[in-house]
Design a protein around this ligand. Structure first.
Ligand code: BG6
Length: 477
């Protein structure tokens, strides 16, 4: 038995997203969305970065999101399994294009609204709290075609309309919300994060920070609407977190580490503190970025800050100013990082660093002094059936166990944490690679990278392990 004391009412659970789980990509009147244009394989990365050839899915190309893991039809079966593990919360996202298929329809799509009514009802019937992200790598394709997505201020009002529609509809069912998933992803994978498509000659940085401003204003408007429509709800932001380590104690490396962290903190500084930080103003000036703001934006950002800081943590990251050292690259989530010689890596090269989780949680809490919510954490790995017909994913148990222990330490450090929803409690399509074989689940889904398989669900060894963690409120760790 551990001596970790997770708070009473801690929201243990898992997190998935519409775009990686639902499938049924055109069912119930849904419009096309970003992920419906993302194939697997080589081309995926370039498209996610904003080099998009076509806004129509191509004939003969395999798009894993089109069927996902068929959560749209199988959610009851899946929720039953989550309930068996004792989940207190499930993080899901709403597909914007299920509610407004083009993003600017006169009326919301009733079929789409009904789907989420049924989903939330099912969760509540199992005493599982829905935690809902408004936009998880999700923009209706029509808005990309017509307005250039978040480049345009027009998206702010359309997003507000969508947010108000779902707050009003689900106000009695959903009390935990988040605005944009990994809002800082916009700087790394701008098409995935914000539907941005680049043309030759574009000033990418200018477009990205303008889009960021639009998302930040939209986020503040969503916070405002949420507080007005559902006064007893909590609404948070969501950061792809993982602190940067300087490679050496050379002050140049230290400064670079600080700058790299600020690249991400920038978003949360605005969403949580309510204003553009001074270092951002200098950055805009140095890079000749001219961000168009409307009268009232500053006041709006200040008045409608988030209630909690949602974040994902998979890896720490390491940075250096030495060009030689910089040659040794790996990843920390999809963020560039150099290899940290003290740490192991996953099969996909993501650095594994449980202590980094404690460090990140402490730094976020020191900075914002608001409750934190860990809404993603996990290990993407290849799972194999053994001769006894089981998946013994002890590597996943090790990863999750060590990270939860680090979280237990962070709680002892005094960090206030509302809950922990591990990523992909059931195997889903990988966001970065589009693969199915990069699995995170306690529940296996019979589906391969080419779309073959029965889609049947099966428990892995980690299923009972996590069930025990939840049942003991972390004492079994
Ligand atoms: C986060 C995203 O970046 O990491 C998820 O919010 C994503 O959508 C998760 O799936 C894990 O990344 P991947 O690429 O292994 O699926």
């Amino acid at each position: 038995m551990s001596n970790y004391k997770f708070p009473d009412g801690f929201l243990w659970g898992g997190a998935i997203a519409a775009n990686q789980a639902e499938g049924a990509y055109l069912e119930g009147g849904k419009g096309l969305t970003i992920v419906d244009l993302l194939p697997t394989g080589e081309q995926r990365r370039a498209i996610m970065e904003g080099y998009v050839q076509s806004l129509i899915p191509e004939e003969g190309v395999y798009y894993p999101s089109h069927e996902g893991i068929d959560f749209y039809h199988r959610y009851k079966e899946d929720i039953k399994l989550f309930a068996e593990m004792g989940f207190k919360a499930l993080r899901v996202s709403i597909a914007w294009a299920r509610i407004f298929p083009t993003g600017e329809d006169e009326e919301p799509n009733e079929d789409g609204l009904l789907f989420y009514d049924r989903l939330f009802n099912e969760l509540l019937a199992h005493n599982i709290e829905p935690v809902v992200t408004l936009a998880h790598f999700d923009v209706p394709v029509h808005l990309i075609e017509k307005y250039g997505s978040w480049r345009s201020r027009k998206l702010v009002g359309l997003f507000e309309m969508y947010a108000k529609t779902v707050f009003t509809r689900y106000k009695n069912k959903v009390k935990y919300w988040m605005t944009f998933n990994e809002i800082n992803m916009l700087l790394h994978l701008p098409f995935l994060g914000a539907g941005l498509v680049f043309k030759e000659g574009d000033n990418k940085q200018q477009i990205q920070y303008q889009a960021a401003h639009h998302q930040l204003v939209a986020s503040a408007l969503a916070v405002k609407a949420c507080h007005e429509i559902i006064p007893d709800a909590k609404i948070g932001c969501m950061l792809a977190a993982g602190s940067f380590y300087p490679y050496t104690c050379n002050p140049k490396d230290i400064f670079k580490g600080m700058e790299k962290d600020r690249e991400s903190y920038f978003f949360i500084d605005v969403q949580s503190r309510g204003e553009y930080p001074p270092y951002a103003m200098r950055f805009f000036k140095d890079n000749q970025l001219d961000i168009a703001m409307e009268p009232g934006d500053t006041e709006l950002l200040k008045a409608h800050t988030v209630d909690y800081i949602g974040f994902s943590y998979y890896s720490s990251r390491t940075t250096s100013t030495d060009p030689e050292v910089n040659k040794n690259q790996t990843t920390g989530n999809v963020f560039g990082s150099i290899v940290n010689p003290y740490l192991e890596k996953s099969e996909w090269g993501w650095t594994i660093d449980p202590l980094g989780f404690r460090i990140t949680a402490n730094q976020l809490y020191d900075r914002y002094q608001k409750p934190l919510f860990v809404v993603e954490n996990g290990l993407g790995a290849v799972d194999e059936w053994n001769e006894e017909g089981q998946i013994d994913d002890s590597y996943r148990i090790d990863y999750l166990g060590s990270h939860l222990a680090a979280l237990g330490e962070a709680i002892k450090d005094g960090v206030e944490i509302i809950g922990y929803t591990s990523w992909g409690p059931i195997d889903i399509v990988s966001a970065s690679s589009g693969e199915m074989k990069k699995r995170y689940g306690y529940i296996y889904v019979d589906r391969d990278n080419e779309g073959n398989g029965t889609l049947n669900r099966a428990k892995k060894a980690s299923f009972d392990w996590y069930k025990q963690v939840i049942a003991t409120n972390g004492e079994s760790l």
